[in-house]
Unconditional design. Structure first.
Length: 74
């Protein structure tokens, strides 16, 4: 997928664990893990908003587009 999820980098910069973030945004650890590993197929704006609020960041800090990676078919 051409969208890169940089959640791990932002968490590291904030010295926060995935478990701590899950508690702050009231999202299951499993769902955040899927997002962090780049396996998520979609994300709700409300979820993105909650993550950005908890991490004091912008959506662009969490997501990037890499045109050199082919888009998945399906």
């Amino acid at each position: 997928m051409a969208i890169i999820v940089k959640l791990d980098d932002v968490l590291h910069a904030r010295r926060m664990t995935l478990t701590e973030l899950a508690e702050k945004v009231n999202i299951t650890l499993a769902n955040l893990s899927i997002l962090k590993t780049g396996k998520a197929r979609a994300i709700r704006f409300s979820t993105l908003e909650a993550i950005c609020a908890a991490l004091a960041c912008q959506p662009g800090d969490l997501l990037a587009f890499d045109p050199t990676i082919p888009a998945e078919e399906g």
